[in-house]
Design a protein around this ligand. Structure first.
Ligand code: C2E
Ligand code: MG
Ligand code: MG
Length: 610
């Protein structure tokens, strides 16, 4: 009952009382005056109180409006619901059509309904000191509106709640901001793919499920081949664009339950939460390789990009995310070492090999001081005349008398930078040998020395070579420097300047292993070279129509540019005959001789030709 109602009843009762005491008045004429006086006092007090209450209500409404909050009250027994205008306003409705709990629940987002009911029930039970829940409600516009609702239950003497009331605030903007922050924290900005943080979460979740359901899951480590080349030669913008395209291509072949993440750089990771086994994962990996290797068109540039994939399987190759990621990475690394554009599944032996590399690095650090390095020499023969015209110095390393193939230790030396001091030793030793040939023989062949791209950074290379030649009074044509196309991809970019300087000083430069790298004509024109060495993989294939045609084309192109062509790895007479027919100038290979130690080379090849 309202305050005015109570006031009315009070006054009526008072009037009845007055009638009753009417008789008394005759006996006490002062009584009406006293009654009127009392009535006046009571009235004044009540009006004051009701004014005060009206002010409090106004203040409450004002606070509600000011706080932009909406008000509600709810009867947990009758389920009747009352909502204030502001709440309707938040949701965009103009009249209250929410008579009860059911109507309200219909508006609550299905994903939030259970949580909402739980929070209400907990408070009604008395398990929480107040009710608080953030959830989504369907607004009139059809959008989901995020609200935070808080309230308190009124209880009877037995603790049973008979009323609950509270307020609601619109937190849609805050939630949108939080969502955005969450998105930024969990996604890669360039490709919009999940980043490594989200990957870690999804991976743990996938492994938990696989464990529970006792099935296999796979992790795939995808690394683009020669992406650095794209960045270095075509620029970072195109590099970025390629990364976005790769992400988009992978998305098109990704199964819906898989997660594709960008690990950083040109590395992507896929979680496959359901696989039958290795074969299944390899099969899927093949699909990924296929989409990546379709040609890319960026502006006027068209090019191909390969990728290398390493796979690890849960639980076979590890049970925790760290081990599985590491093993997938190891498998990828091994696939790269075998030439890239491959898929490899992890095996225990891979880890042993990696361990071997670490040990090798340690031992290689001592190779120089322990005198474990040696140069071997392999003859180069002029095809037309059959004369020995050159030799290539090839590095040998035999720690504890056990030879390690150059293909294994040179990459380690390059990765660790040890190739710089080792390369200086090679130059020093090779030039000492070349000087000796000049002293002892009439026709000393020109000596070819291999250089690694790493030796070009630091600015010491040209000095080292030229000073050494001068010190030994050797003419510049006593030697030839072999480089590979990877020289163009040095980040410093001044390698070409070093080459130009060496060239200007009269040194002959040879491009080694032609056909295995970029092998683009425009590169050939940029490099100040005199010699082109055709990689031995082409020579091995000679006899097949295709290979013959390729070698013929390379020779023609090289001759056009005024280059001398050397064939590497010639092992048989028929290969030599074909090379002669195809117009190749010089050959090198086991057919003439394997690489020999210095003394054996001098005795067997130089004395003969002297
Ligand atoms: P490369 O410069 O292309 O050297 C030619 C390789 O082919 C040598 O391998 C040689 O032994 C091998 N070879 C020559 N004739 C034949 C043949 O008829 N059949 C076959 N199957 N192989 C033949 P090696 O000595 O194992 O050297 C491998 C690579 O290591 C070299 O390839 C070169 O890239 C690198 N390397 C060798 N010495 C040095 C060096 O002093 N410095 C640098 N930076 N790299 C070096
Ligand atoms: Mg070479
Ligand atoms: Mg070669």
């Amino acid at each position: 009952m309202g305050l005015s109602g109570r006031l009315l009843i009070g006054s009526l009762l008072l009037a009845a009382l007055l009638t009753l005491v009417d008789g008394l008045i005759a006996h006490a004429p002062w009584l009406p005056v006293l009654t009127l006086l009392l009535l006046g006092v009571a009235l004044t007090a009540t009006v004051g109180l009701s004014r005060k209450l009206a002010t409090i209500r106004q203040a409450h409404d004002l606070a509600m409006q000011g706080a932009h909050d909406g008000f509600w009250s709810w009867n947990p027994i009758s389920k009747r619901l009352q909502v204030g205008e502001r709440l309707l306003d938040i949701l965009g409705y103009d009249h209250n059509f929410l008579p009860d709990t059911h109507a309200w629940l219909d508006l609550v987002h299905p994903d939030d309904r259970a949580g909402y009911n739980h929070a209400v029930a907990e408070h009604l039970k008395g398990a929480t000191p107040f009710f608080y829940f953030e959830y989504r409600v369907r607004a009139r516009s059809g959008d989901w509106c995020w609200i935070a609702s808080r309230g308190l239950a009124q209880r009877d003497r037995n603790g049973r709640a008979y009323l609950m009331a509270g307020s609601v605030s619109d937190i849609t903007e805050r939630k949108a901001r939080e969502e955005q922050i969450r998105y930024l924290a969990y996604h890669d900005q360039l490709t919009a793919l999940p980043n490594r943080v989200l990957l870690a979460e999804r991976l743990s979740q996938a492994l938990r499920e696989a464990e529970r359901e006792q099935r296999r899951a796979a992790i795939m480590f995808i690394d683009l081949d020669r992406f650095k080349d794209i960045n270095d030669t075509l620029g970072h913008e195109i590099g970025d664009s390629v990364l976005r395209s790769v992400a988009a291509r992978l998305r098109t072949v990704l199964d819906t339950d898989c997660t594709l993440a960008r690990q950083g750089g040109d590395e992507f990771i896929v979680i496959l939460p359901h696989v039958m086994g290795v074969e299944d994962a390899l099969h899927t990996g093949k699909r990924y390789l296929d989409v990546i290797s379709a040609p890319f068109q960026e502006g006027e540039h068209e090019f191909l990009i390969g990728a290398t994939i390493g796979i690890s399987i849960f639980p076979d190759d590890g049970r925790d995310p760290g081990t599985l990621l590491r093993n997938a990475d190891t498998a990828m690394y091994e696939a790269k070492a075998s030439g890239g554009s491959l898929i490899r599944a992890y095996s225990q032996q891979m880890n042993e090999r990696i361990q071997g590399r670490v040990t090798m690095e340690k031992r290689l650090r001592h190779a120089l001081e322990r005198n474990e390095l040696e140069l071997y020499y392999q003859p180069q023969v002029d095809i037309a005349s059959g004369r020995l015209i050159g030799a290539e110095a090839l590095l040998r390393w035999s720690p504890d008398g056990q030879p390690v193939p150059p293909d294994r230790f040179i990459p380690v030396a390059e990765e660790t930078g040890l190739i710089v001091p080792i390369g200086e030793w090679v130059i020093e030793t090779a030039l000492a040998e070349a000087a000796r040939w000049r002293n002892e023989f009439v026709h000393a062949p020109r000596l070819a020395i291999n250089l690694s791209p790493r030796q070009f950074s630091g600015g010491q290379l040209a000095r080292c070579v030229l000073d050494n030649l001068a010190r030994r009074e050797l003419p510049t044509d006593a030697i030839e420097l072999e480089i590979t196309e990877s020289i163009l991809l040095q980040p410093e970019g001044d390698s070409i300047d070093v080459l130009r300087e060496l060239h200007a000083r009269g040194l002959r430069l040879a491009l080694d292993d032609f056909g295995t790298g970029y092998s683009s004509l425009s590169y050939l024109q940029r490099l100040p070279i005199e010699v082109l060495k055709i990689d031995r993989s082409f020579i091995r294939a000679l006899g097949e129509d295709n290979a013959n045609a390729i070698v013929r084309a390379i020779v023609a192109m090289a001759h056009n540019l005024g280059l001398t062509v050397v064939a590497e790895g010639v092992e048989t007479d028929s290969q030599l005959a074909l090379l002669r027919m195809l117009g190749c100038d010089v050959y090198q290979g086991y057919l003439c001789s394997r690489p020999l130690p210095a003394q054996a080379f001098r005795e067997r090849l130089l004395r003969k030709s002297a």
